[in-house]
Design a protein around this ligand. Structure first.
Ligand SMILES: [Zn+2]
Length: 239
């Protein structure tokens, strides 16, 4: 059932869901692993739609139950994922689960606070330039502990330098109330800004990925996962 709270994109995703649920043949096809051929014919927009549809299934409790060991065997000699996700290490936002994807579908780079640094950029260049993925998603989430830590300027071991990657996004924000993780509005504003800034940084700091984006071969989007509902909303993209 579609509630009023669903976004238009999710309504589109739920409409597409009907086909999956009614045909075992179609379900079987959706469990087929990507090959070089099927990856090359997948557009960035089609890759994004696959993830939007997958999240709609996840939210609706209608995830597809594939034979994972068959997928292990089918990907043993090659992988051709269609997307790369930069997500937080938070236990509540595993990319494969929340997008209802499986073995061989996506690259997942996870780091607390889902920011981008040299190592993440290198991983994304491998995923896209070398391995052919068509989409990069920077996936932030609500109630993020790293975001809260950045707001509170937590000083603890290596966390101190790690959280400094998020602080520049905070300086861009206008907000009311205290600069504290108790300020829920500020925490969410920073989570949103941090995801958008990470997507922009990929374009800014990786000329090889930026070239693919300008050529229409790769799309970069930022998104926000609501840990209370499982629902993922997408921000504007670099196309
Ligand atoms: Zn987090």
């Amino acid at each position: 059932m579609i509630s009023r709270r669903h976004t238009l994109t999710q309504m589109i995703g739920l409409a597409a869901l009907g086909g999956f649920a009614t045909s075992s043949l179609q379900a079987q096809e959706s469990c087929a692993v990507f090959t070089k051929e099927s990856q090359s014919t997948t557009t960035p927009d089609a890759a994004l739609k696959r993830l939007i549809d997958g999240n709609a299934r996840f939210v609706a409790g209608k995830t597809i139950n594939c034979d994972l060991m068959k997928q292990v065997k089918d990907t043993a000699s090659q992988q051709s994922p269609i997307a790369a996700i930069v997500g937080c290490i938070d236990s509540r936002v595993p990319p494969e689960l929340v997008f209802d994807q499986r073995i061989g579908d996506i690259f997942a780079a996870r780091i607390a606070g889902n920011f981008v640094n040299t190592d993440i950029l290198g991983s994304l260049e491998f995923a896209t330039v070398a391995a052919g993925a068509k989409l990069i998603v920077v996936l932030g989430h609500t109630e993020c502990g790293a975001i809260k830590g950045a707001v509170d300027e937590v000083k603890l071991g290596h966390l101190t330098s790690m959280l400094s990657n998020i602080r520049p996004s905070l300086s861009k924000l206008q907000y009311t109330g205290v600069a504290s993780s108790k300020n829920k509005e500020l925490v969410q504003k920073l989570a949103d800004q941090n995801a958008k800034d990470a997507a922009a940084m990929i374009m800014d700091k990786s000329p090889v990925i930026a070239d693919l984006v300008k050529a229409g071969k790769v799309k970069i989007v930022s998104a926000m996962h609501d840990i209370g509902t499982g629902k993922i909303s997408f921000f504007a993209s670099f196309a």
